[in-house]
Design a protein around this ligand. Structure first.
Ligand SMILES: C[S@@+](CC[C@H](N)C(=O)[O-])C[C@H]1O[C@@H](n2cnc3c(N)ncnc32)[C@H](O)[C@@H]1O
Length: 321
């Protein structure tokens, strides 16, 4: 039997005041024929709404952020009433802590990484570098340290590693030194304190692109985003039913690299040369197949409408049947 790819309803727009989801058509084409889908980064529920509308029988959404659960639950209340949708607060990197998910296997799992527009727009959450914002940046109360905690307490080496690894900052040591020097006289409290340290380190010509990149680096550390994703990947793979599909949208090169390498490693058979008398590679055997040979990206039309989609890279992997 040929499976006809699911399509979104072209008359529907999946954006909401909460968030405009990226690559919805691709997500629906990949996951829209599943019966039970886990949306591990529910946000405003845009992808979940599109999947339900395409015919997915049941979607379970999780998010670290209670605001996301409230927005998506309100939006999807008709589906919830019909038993097709439920939402739980939690971390996709700790699925075992969500009792409702115990023993479930999914036909599809979606991660749409990073933060939602709502989180950026809510000045009190401190995700943006707009003036006077508190240095918080926690996606949920499960994150143990705020951005201010890290900037005030981490040693110079940890700060330099953070800006180098998560912010691709070649002059990370200079910025770390400046932060440590400044906090000796006054603790970091608001976005202005971090902007001031960046300006002092890199000159007054540093502007929005540097602030965005370096604030994002701090956010990644606050929420343990890269290490959390790395830990989560094998667990998510093992939550797939045979033939199930894992689709991940990344917006940061480090995340995309982790996903690409994991999908490739899970798909490899023994890599020893054919004439090798015995296996020395550890006896890999393929657990499934990479579905997207190259990451899928947004069209010019989509990025014109939703600039945030410009950096979205979607990769998918299918578990063997
Ligand atoms: C880009 S938004 C998702 C938007 C969503 N796809 C939509 O259509 O509205 C990312 C969401 O993932 C959540 N999130 C990020 N990391 C998470 C994690 N480790 N566990 C659960 N939720 C997470 C954030 O709080 C945010 O709401």
């Amino acid at each position: 039997m040929v499976t006809v790819p699911a399509r979104t309803d072209p008359t529907r727009d999946w954006d909401s005041d909460y968030h405009a989801p990226a690559l919805v058509d691709d997500v629906v084409e990949l996951l829209g024929t599943g019966t039970l889908v886990l949306d591990g980064t529910l946000g405003g529920g845009g992808h979940s709404a599109a999947l339900l509308s395409a015919g997915v029988a049941r979607v379970i959404g999780i998010d670290r952020d209670p605001d996301a659960l409230a927005a998506a639950t309100a939006r999807l209340s008709p589906a919830a009433a019909a038993g097709q949708f439920e939402a739980h607060q939690g971390n996709y990197a700790a699925l075992d802590n969500i009792p409702a998910l115990h023993a479930l296997r999914f036909n599809g799992i979606l991660l749409d990484l990073g933060i939602s527009s709502h989180q950026i727009d809510d000045a009190g959450r401190g995700f943006s570098f707009r003036e006077g914002a508190p240095l918080d940046m926690r996606m949920g109360a499960d994150a143990p340290r705020t951005a201010a905690d890290i900037l005030n307490e981490a040693d110079e080496g940890e700060l330099a590693t953070l800006f180098r690894n998560y912010g691709d900052e070649p002059r990370a040591g200079r910025l770390a030194r400046e932060i440590v020097r400044r906090r000796d006289t006054r603790p970091f409290v608001t976005s202005d304190d971090l902007v001031g340290a960046i300006r002092a380190s890199f000159g007054s010509r540093s502007g929005a692109p540097e602030f965005a990149r370096l604030f994002q680096a701090v956010r990644i550390a606050v929420n343990d985003e890269l290490a959390g994703l790395e830990r989560a990947l094998p667990d998510l793979r093992d939550r797939l039913a045979p033939g199930g599909l894992l689709a991940i949208i990344a917006y940061h090169s480090g995340e995309d690299r982790l996903v690409k390498h994991a999908f490739r490693a899970w798909s490899e058979d023994c890599t020893c040369p054919p004439k090798h008398p015995m296996c020395t590679c550890g006896g890999n055997h393929s657990l499934g197949t990479v579905i997207t040979r190259r990451a899928l990206t947004a069209s010019a039309g989509e990025t014109a409408h939703n600039p945030r989609a410009r950096s979205a890279r979607l990769r998918a992997w299918q578990r063997a049947r």
